[in-house]
Ligand binder design. Structure first.
Ligand SMILES: *[C@@H]1O[C@H](CO)[C@@H](O)[C@H](O)[C@H]1NC(C)=O
Ligand SMILES: *[C@@H]1O[C@H](CO)[C@@H](O)[C@H](O)[C@H]1NC(C)=O
Ligand SMILES: *[C@@H]1O[C@H](CO)[C@@H](O)[C@H](O)[C@H]1NC(C)=O
Ligand SMILES: *[C@@H]1O[C@H](CO)[C@@H](O)[C@H](O)[C@H]1NC(C)=O
Ligand SMILES: *[C@@H]1O[C@H](CO)[C@@H](O)[C@H](O)[C@H]1NC(C)=O
Ligand SMILES: *[C@@H]1O[C@H](CO)[C@@H](O)[C@H](O)[C@H]1NC(C)=O
Ligand SMILES: *[C@@H]1O[C@H](CO)[C@@H](O)[C@H](O)[C@H]1NC(C)=O
Ligand SMILES: *[C@@H]1O[C@H](CO)[C@@H](O)[C@H](O)[C@H]1NC(C)=O
Ligand SMILES: *[C@@H]1O[C@H](CO)[C@@H](O)[C@H](O)[C@H]1NC(C)=O
Ligand SMILES: *[C@@H]1O[C@H](CO)[C@@H](O)[C@H](O)[C@H]1NC(C)=O
Ligand SMILES: *[C@@H]1O[C@H](CO)[C@@H](O)[C@H](O)[C@H]1NC(C)=O
Length: 361
């Protein structure tokens, strides 16, 4: 996270994008900005942090005057005028230190992660705000993008989501079943979300337009940007569309506009293979690792054998296929790697106990 601040002071970095240039819109679309009382608009993560459902429950810190909360009403469909049947209200929060001369828009990616709580984190000085040290003299803006959090969240069926198979399709029948379940899930979002038609208007282009509309409403003509993961994709879209409004952009964990699926998948496989080698390395310094005595290379060897066993039906008592075994092992080392558990799962599976290869529901 220190990297952010260092980079921000050092450089402007923008990924290359093959998106054709389109001239920016010049109007503000009749957008309406309204400041609201933060205490009646507490983002879900902040509610959880303080274990409240309403802000004025007891035991809560006072809200500093640097915290600002707002609503921006914009067209649902930007190609038509804003109206009673064509508008959507975006919720956002800001940390405004006073007399700021620059606007910094932060997006944590997802796509679709709630963002407003990051401004609250700064205002309330929570530990997560340390990553913004060095840029807190700017007006810090965190917008829940349309379809998320405070901004007309999509309403999709969790039941339909649970019906989507975890295993990747391997033949025409499983592919068709996969398509059907995904289509059912998508339809549940279309049916359940409001206003009607919102699902057709939650794209990256609209999000970039929303940010520009809000920037204008805040009387800024340029925007700095700190984007993580999918937030970098949105930033690239924004920069391609509004190049004259681009201040300092920091893109962390870039999801490039230029990446093709095959390369993204190949990169992911390389990363996972490397995690298996890291588990192997870890084993050699972990006295409790079941493969320690077998030396370097024993973990990749065990991994290969376990997948073969899954393929030949050795774990059919628990319905663990090779795909499911890979899934479970992947989730053990993804993000915050648990190498001891990974190595234990392999060792137990070699002995016929595939319990740890059953994916969590
Ligand atoms: C949150 O509050 C509820 C009700 O007061 C209580 O039962 C629960 O234990 C609290 N949870 C935490 C994590 O403090
Ligand atoms: C809590 O906040 C609500 C909304 O702002 C207000 O109507 C209510 O009076 C407050 N309750 C207390 C106990 O402060
Ligand atoms: C948005 O739609 C609501 C509900 O139809 C309406 O009350 C409101 O005036 C509209 N806002 C704008 C700016 O058009
Ligand atoms: C903003 O600048 C004015 C004029 O210099 C000063 O009086 C005021 O205290 C500043 N406000 C903040 C919040 O720093
Ligand atoms: C914010 O938290 C840090 C670390 O906990 C502390 O050193 C600092 O004094 C706090 N600042 C404010 C304004 O509370
Ligand atoms: C979400 O969708 C379900 C199913 O269509 C519906 O029953 C429910 O009222 C919706 N919830 C909200 C908050 O719109
Ligand atoms: C933007 O500037 C206009 C004109 O000076 C002013 O009326 C408005 O309050 C400003 N908006 C914000 C959010 O500061
Ligand atoms: C373990 O083996 C791998 C592959 O043969 C090799 O790249 C790696 O350097 C070895 N690690 C150690 C600690 O010997
Ligand atoms: C399944 O594969 C494992 C690992 O290659 C092997 O040891 C085992 O004998 C095979 N079992 C069957 C039933 O083919
Ligand atoms: C394995 O799958 C079969 C068929 O779907 C099911 O009847 C059985 O309960 C499953 N077994 C376990 C342990 O999940
Ligand atoms: C199988 O592995 C699980 C998970 O580690 C463990 O809880 C269970 O006791 C093992 N079963 C046997 C029969 O060893």
């Amino acid at each position: 996270m220190l990297l952010f601040t260092t980079l921000l002071t050092l450089a402007t970095s923008i990924v290359a994008f093959p998106v054709p240039y389109r001239p920016p819109f010049t109007s503000n679309f009749g957008a309406q900005l309204e400041w609201i009382d933060c205490s009646v608009n507490v983002p879900a993560p902040v509610q959880q942090q303080f274990n409240v459902t309403t802000w004025n429950a007891s035991g809560l810190p006072p809200l500093p005057s640097t915290l600002a909360c707002g609503h921006l009403t914009v067209p649902l469909d930007y190609s038509a005028p804003i109206s009673d049947t064509n508008n959507i209200t975006l919720g956002f929060a800001m940390h405004r230190p006073g007399n700021a001369t620059q606007l910094l828009n932060f997006n944590p990616g997802g796509p679709g992660l709630e963002a407003a709580s990051f401004a609250w984190g700064i205002a309330l000085n929570s530990s997560s705000s340390a990553m913004f040290d060095g840029v807190l003299d700017q007006d810090f803006l965190a917008v829940d993008v349309r379809g998320v959090g405070q901004s007309n969240p999509l309403n999709c069926s969790l039941v339909a989501a649970a019906e989507i198979p975890i295993a990747l399709p391997t033949d025409q029948a499983s592919f068709s079943a996969y398509q059907t379940s995904v289509a059912t899930f998508a339809q549940s979002c279309i049916t359940g979300s409001s206003p009607p038609g919102i699902v057709q208007h939650v794209g990256t282009e609209e999000v970039a337009q929303d940010w520009n509309t809000l920037m204008n409403a805040l009387n800024y003509t340029k925007m700095n940007f700190l984007g993580v993961s999918y937030g970098t994709f949105q930033a690239a879209e924004y920069a391609s569309r509004f190049p004259e409004s681009v201040g300092n952009f920091v893109l962390d964990a870039v999801l490039s506009h230029a990446t093709v699926d095959q390369i993204a998948v190949a990169d992911q496989i390389t990363a996972v293979n490397r995690l298996v080698l890291r588990a192997d390395d870890f084993c050699q310094s972990d006295p409790s690792c079941p493969f320690k005595d077998q030396g370097n290379g024993s973990v990749p060897e065990a991994f290969t054998k376990v997948i073969q066993m899954a393929e030949n039906g050795s774990f059919s008592d628990l319905n663990v296929t090779a795909t499911l075994a890979k899934f479970a092992l992947y989730y053990t080392v993804n993000s915050s790697p648990d190498f001891p558990k990974f190595n234990l799962a392999l060792s137990q599976a070699l002995n016929g106990n595939a319990t740890l290869l059953v994916p969590d529901p």
